[in-house]
Design a protein around this ligand. Structure first.
Ligand code: G3P
Length: 228
């Protein structure tokens, strides 16, 4: 299991302009005010060291490769990520899919260097297969809802229940995140009520007109979800 607890909300910066370089650090500082138990972030690769060294909230890499040698030009090594101060790696995002064998190798290598692994799955069924690889966490995201205003919590609550069941049938220690279209406090609280540990999101924060207002809404969602 991970050395320190996972945050409840992980904001994937993807390649949004609002998360690159100084803008990404500024965004991290806003989330940091609310605590590392609430927020984690996944900035662009080139900003990882710069941001991880200046913020106390957990920082994730958006991807990693299962390589551990010096002659590895252009690859993202878990060993380098650990040196950069990264908390964990996101693997198999639907925008960066990976074959199962590579996911398994990368989870193991990440663990060797003390990094947590959060593996994405596009369905509860795929989540069950991925659970057999023993990552620390799995994020289930229906691809058709990614980047939309319709959240998985409102449109596909059964996907959340099924994802939690499928993963925990295999291994109850794996944390289940859900994502796609999450933007309101109600989206977050509902996901938690349905059994998810947390949420993975991007556009709700990265495209928000009132970023701090959005962040406050997400914190409220976590608090509401945990109090029910
Ligand atoms: O990694 C988060 C993700 O794919 C969901 O994106 O924009 O629907 O929150 P979004």
């Amino acid at each position: 299991m991970p050395s320190s607890p996972f945050p409840r909300v992980i904001v994937n910066y993807k390649a949004y302009e609002t998360g690159i370089a100084e803008a990404g650090l500024k965004l991290a500082f806003i989330m940091e005010k609310y605590g590392k138990e609430f927020f984690g972030i996944a900035p662009q690769m080139q900003d990882l060291t710069f941001i991880a060294r200046q913020t106390s909230i957990p920082v994730f890499s958006q991807h990693a490769d299962p390589l551990d040698e010096d002659k590895a030009t252009g690859w993202v090594l878990p060993r380098s990520l650990a040196k950069a101060g990264v908390f964990g790696v996101i693997l198999n995002h639907s925008e960066r899919p990976l074959p199962t064998g590579r996911i398994e190798e990368t989870i193991a290598l990440a663990r060797k260097y003390g990094l947590s692994s959060l593996v994405c799955a596009n369905s509860p069924r795929r989540a069950r297969e991925i659970a057999k690889l023993s990552p620390d966490a799995i994020a289930v995201e229906p691809p058709e809802l990614i980047g939309t205003k319709t959240s998985v919590s409102e449109a596909e609550p059964k996907v959340i229940e099924k994802a939690v069941k499928n993963v925990h049938d295999v291994n109850p220690d794996i944390l289940v995140f859900v994502g796609a279209g999450i933007h309101s406090s109600g989206d977050v609280s509902k996901a938690l009520e349905l059994g998810a540990y947390g949420v993975l999101l991007a556009s709700g924060v990265m495209k928000a007109r009132d970023v701090e207002g959005e962040i406050k809404a997400l914190v409220k969602g976590v608090k509401d979800g945990l109090s029910k």
